[in-house]
Every structure is written in structure tokens, then in C-alpha cells.
Design a protein around this ligand. Structure first.
Ligand SMILES: [Zn+2]
Length: 132
């Protein structure tokens, strides 16, 4: 399983620390959620170094199924300097948005609250003392 995740993540070419954290989070996902993401050929993850005045273009794949842009999770490389529980919560929260296709769990559910709730269910609760 871990080797499969590592193999699947490689082409996204994340920073090595973020790659390791992402692998941990993905290994902790419920089976159906992990399959939803890993079996989607249009899903992609990337990271970037934020800098003043720099415009970052998110590489998205085209989804054959939806005929629109595929799901993408974008991480700032500065994340790697944050505490482990914070980094993993951010990754889980972003994967939850991807799994929920940026929506809620039901009509009217707030997408941010939904992403936090799912991340918490998966073992990555929002750290209490964090700041962005
Ligand atoms: Zn969010």
C-alpha cells in the first residue's frame, strides 16, 4: 500500500518533505476516499514557492469524465517549515475539498466546515493554536 502511494505521488514531484507528509495522510484515508483520488487520472497535486510578484500557474489535467478541468491540490512549499500536525491537517483539508469537489457533504453544508470535519474524521483535526 505505502509503496503504491509513493509510486502514485512521484509524478507530482512534490518537495520531499511534503511528499512524505502527503503519503502519510493518504495512507490514513478511508479506502473509498483513497480510491476516489488515486483512481482519478485527472487528479493532480503540486507545490510552489510563494514569492512577491510571482504568478503561479496550477497545472490541471483535463477530466475525460467531466470534460472539464480535473481536481488539483496545491500546497505552498513554506508549509514544510510548520509543525507536523499543522502540515498534515492542511493536506487532509485540501484532499477533503478535492474529494468533495469543493462542495459540502450535503446541500447547504459549508465547504470549509465540511473539509475540516472530514479531515478530523480521518485523524487530522484542525490544530487549535494555528495561524496562517
Ligand atoms: Zn479550505
Amino acid at each position: 500500500m505505502t509503496a503504491d502511494i509513493d509510486h502514485w505521488l512521484r509524478p507530482f514531484a512534490l518537495d520531499e518533505h511534503l511528499h512524505a507528509h502527503a503519503a502519510e495522510v493518504i495512507a490514513s484515508l478511508p479506502h473509498d476516499v483513497r480510491r476516489d483520488l488515486m483512481d482519478d487520472p485527472a487528479f493532480t497535486m503540486c507545490d510552489y514557492e510563494p514569492a512577491p510578484g510571482r504568478v503561479f500557474h496550477v497545472p490541471v489535467k483535463l477530466s475525460a469524465k467531466s470534460r472539464g478541468p480535473g481536481r488539483a491540490v496545491v500546497l505552498k512549499r513554506t508549509l514544510r517549515r510548520r509543525p507536523v500536525d499543522f502540515v498534515r491537517w492542511v493536506i487532509a483539508h485540501e484532499l477533503a475539498h478535492a474529494h468533495l469537489r469543493n462542495g459540502g457533504r450535503w446541500p447547504g453544508d459549508d465547504p470549509e466546515h465540511a473539509a475540516d470535519a472530514l479531515a478530523g474524521d480521518w485523524g487530522f483535526p484542525r490544530p487549535v493554536d494555528f495561524r496562517f
